[in-house]
Each structure stands twice: as structure tokens, then as C-alpha cells.
Ligand binder design. Structure first.
Ligand code: PMP
Length: 436
């Protein structure tokens, strides 16, 4: 385990570290390990410092009732245990989750196609809606084929695990999502991580490993979910010419609001052709559930036959597919949603910087407020919650130890009032905790 100063860590992180340590402890049974972790979690709950299971009572929105107590508390019996909040932790960037046409079309799809899809693509679970989604991405991204997975997580996991093997090298950015790590684990390929967004470090790894592996894959996110930083895609594409790797880009946090017609970051930068595998989740800008990977027809065939996640998982439901299709139609034909999102992002960022917060290199609607001291960070998050501002503290294992941050995700529906109120509360709380 890395050497860390345990004093600066929240009880939550300590338990996370402990869970990882005892999972490798061979002298304890699973039952004993689970009991230790359960008891520690309970201690946190009893002390009122377990912030990770709050409920948005009536679902996703930029504002709403959020449970004050943990989900053990039966809200159905006691709706008074909720409070109105401005909500900054949902990924529905374009706010299409509450768009009347999206909701209406999802309903119509249920009427016409039923509820579940019944089975996986291979066994006949695919319907017209699924096919339309795949065709849509082929056309938008100018790729021969597109595969629709039930979630973004399984799109990454299922594709990466299908492509690589023990003789291959997979290089990833230090901030890549857990689904990428889990996919790699299944391949038994050699994994190398380059320092976040550090192209020099990436080049060193590529040069050092040249010729040692059967295939080399490079996996990056277009915009990183934990920091809001954009990847240096042009430099990466230039490296591809000399180093000849397969380039895989996850557009989870850019599809729908970067580039012409919302086609994404790679489209905006003119790099679509150099990207071998382009992926996005459909749970964020398109306000539903699912994940797509677009690539050549040969690679797609290979993934179809090698990916258990593709072969053995049921297709998304007709309601989910309907919401995706209507969202795609709206976001590609009306710039208004993107414009509103970016206007909100610029306003919020400007106010935060003026208030003295350091937002580092982030540019996107994912806004990180870095707080080195994890205890202060968790108090800041709690303080905000008490004042009706709901967001998450991002700490280990989502990011490296001692690189904690508060993360605020801007959406099109956030209002000037939401922004002003949040900046006000943030400023006062940060001053109180001597963060500002
Ligand atoms: N990739 C990235 C970069 C993500 O941030 C996420 C979700 N947070 C995923 C993949 C997984 O997507 P989903 O939650 O839609 O399964």
C-alpha cells in the first residue's frame, strides 16, 4: 500500500483502505472480513458521517428533495426526512431527463415494444430501437459499425476484455474510469499508467516498451470525469503515427455537448478517423442507460464474438432506448441545450474563481474544487448539504489518496439562482473551515 498520513484521511477512506487490506488477508474467512467492514460502516452511520447513500426522493433533477438520513431510513413512511436541495452531482448535462418530448417518446416505446427486452443481442433481444441507436452513431462518427451495450460500464469492460490478451500492453491515463481498470484486469495484459495528461510521460512509456508486445492499446477519456480536464488528443494522435497503437477514447463526459451537432470531443478536434474505438455512455447527456462502442467492421465482429458482456447481457429496455433516441434527435438538431449548458458552466466557473477557488486545468462542465485536507473536504461537503447544496466529495479510491476534491457537475437546467446560492454557501463554508 502507498505510504500515507492516516491522520488526514476521513473515516470513510480509512475503511476503504482497510477493506482493500483485509481482502488480501488469508487468515480471515470472508464472513469475518465482511463483519469487520459492516461494523465499521455502522460506526460511521451512527456518527452521522456516512455521506454515500443519500436518496434523491423523486429522481434526477437540478433541484429536488434529498433524504437527510441514510437509505436505511424508510422514506416511504416518513417523507419529512427530506429537504430541498440544489443538486450538482448528476450527469444529465443537457437536462433532457425532464424534457417532455423525451418522456413522451419513452412512454410510446413502452406501449409499442413492451417493458424489458427479454434477452441479449445474440439470442434475439434486439429490436428496431436498438438498431436505430447503433446506426445513428455509425453515421455521426463515420464508423463502419457500432455496438450497443446495456451500460457504459459494461461497454468499456466488455470491449477492452475482448480485445486484449496476456501478450499485449494497455497504456492508460492515471485518471481513467474504474470500468477501464476492470476490463484490463480480465485481459491479463500488461498495464502501464501514465501520469494524468502528461504526454512526455506517455511517450517515454511508448518508447520504452516498443517491440515488446503483440499489440499496444492506448485508452484515454476525452474529458476526465474526476477533474474536468480535456485530454490532449492532437498530441496523442501525432504519437500514433510513430508508435502504431490502437487508440480507444471514452467520450462519457463530452458526447452531446462538444463539437458540431454535439458529436463530441474527437469530432470537435477533427480526430475521429485516428480513433480506432470510440465509446460513450448513454446515461449522461442522453439521459438514459446504455453504452456504445464504434469501430471498424472487423473489430466489431471480433468484439461481438469475444465479449461476454455483449453476448450474455440483456439489451436495454424499450423505455431506455426511446429516451436515448429522442435525446439524440433533440441534441443534434437544437443547439440551445448545449448553449445553455456552456453558459451556465462559464458563469459558475467565473463566480467560483472570483470567489478565490482554484479550479486548476479543468474547463468542462465538471468543476472540481481541490481540498488537500480530506477531513476538511468531508466537512465542507457536509456543511453544504446542511445548507441545501448537494454534491459529492471525490476521495480515494475514486482518485489517488490526498487528491480529494469537491465535484460539481453543471447542467443546462441549473439557474442563475442555483449558481448564486451555491457560490454563496461555498464561500461561507470554505471560509469557516479555513479552506479559503
Ligand atoms: N466511463 C466514464 C468516464 C464514466 O464516468 C462512467 C460513469 N461515471 C462510465 C464510463 C460508466 O458509464 P455508466 O455509468 O453509464 O455505466
Amino acid at each position: 500500500m502507498e505510504k500515507v498520513d492516516m491522520q488526514n484521511l476521513t473515516p470513510y477512506t480509512k475503511i476503504g483502505l482497510l477493506a482493500r487490506t483485509i481482502s488480501r488477508e488469508n487468515n480471515l474467512t470472508l464472513r469475518e472480513k465482511a463483519e469487520i467492514i459492516f461494523d465499521l460502516k455502522q460506526l460511521q452511520k451512527d456518527a452521522g458521517i456516512y455521506p454515500y447513500d443519500r436518496i434523491c426522493t423523486f429522481g434526477s433533477s437540478h433541484r429536488g428533495q434529498v433524504s437527510e438520513k441514510s437509505r436505511d431510513h424508510d422514506l416511504l413512511e416518513d417523507l419529512n426526512a427530506t429537504k430541498p436541495h440544489v443538486i450538482w452531482n448528476l450527469n444529465h448535462y443537457l437536462s433532457l431527463n425532464r424534457h417532455p418530448e423525451v418522456i413522451q417518446f419513452a412512454k410510446e416505446c413502452v406501449d409499442k415494444y413492451g417493458t424489458g427486452s427479454g434477452t441479449s443481442v445474440f439470442s434475439g433481444g434486439m429490436n428496431l430501437l436498438h438498431q436505430k441507436i447503433e446506426r445513428f452513431f455509425c453515421k455521426l462518427w463515420k464508423k463502419e459499425e457500432c455496438l450497443l451495450f446495456p451500460t457504459g460500464y459494461s461497454a468499456n469492460l466488455g470491449t477492452i476484455s475482448a480485445l486484449a490478451g496476456p501478450e499485449d500492453l494497455i497504456i492508460i491515463d492515471g485518471e481513467c474510469h474504474a470500468s477501464v481498470h476492470d476490463g484490463i484486469r480480465l485481459t491479463r495484459a500488461k498495464r502501464e499508467m501514465f501520469d494524468h495528461n502528461n504526454i512526455e510521460n506517455l511517450e517515454t512509456i511508448l518508447t520504452r516498451s516498443s517491440g515488446d508486445y503483440r499489440n499496444t492499446f492506448l485508452i484515454v477519456e476525452s474529458v476526465y470525469s474526476m477533474s474536468g480536464d480535456e485530454t490532449k488528443i492532437k498530441e496523442i494522435c501525432a504519437l500514433k503515427k510513430t508508435h502504431g497503437f490502437f487508440l480507444y477514447v471514452d467520450e462519457a463526459h463530452s458526447f452531446g455537448f462538444y463539437g458540431k451537432n454535439g458529436a463530441g470531443f474527437c469530432a470537435e478536434k477533427g480526430c475521429l478517423e485516428q480513433v480506432d474505438l470510440l465509446m460513450t455512455t448513454l446515461s449522461k447527456a442522453t439521459a438514459s442507460l446504455g453504452g456504445v462502442v464504434a469501430c471498424s467492421k472487423e473489430l466489431a465482429a471480433y468484439i461481438q464474438f469475444r465479449s461476454n458482456a455483449y453476448m450474455f447481457q440483456a439489451c436495454i429496455s424499450p423505455a431506455d432506448a426511446g429516451a436515448i433516441l429522442k435525446s439524440l434527435e433533440l441534441l443534434t438538431t437544437d443547439e440551445g441545450y448545449r448553449t445553455q449548458l456552456w453558459n451556465n458552466t462559464f458563469t459558475f466557473r467565473e463566480r467560483l474563481v472570483n470567489a478565490g477557488f482554484d479550479l486548476k486545468d479543468s474547463i468542462s462542465p465538471v468543476i472540481p474544487i481541490y481540498v488537500e485536507d480530506e477531513i476538511k473536504l468531508s466537512h465542507l461537503c457536509q456543511e453544504l448539504f446542511e445548507q441545501g447544496v448537494f454534491t459529492n466529495a471525490i476521495i480515494y479510491p475514486a482518485v489517488a489518496l490526498n487528491e480529494g476534491r469537491l465535484r460539481l457537475i453543471v447542467t443546462a437546467d441549473h439557474t442563475e439562482e442555483d449558481i448564486n446560492r451555491t457560490v454563496e454557501v461555498l464561500k461561507a463554508s470554505a471560509k469557516k473551515l479555513e479552506i479559503l
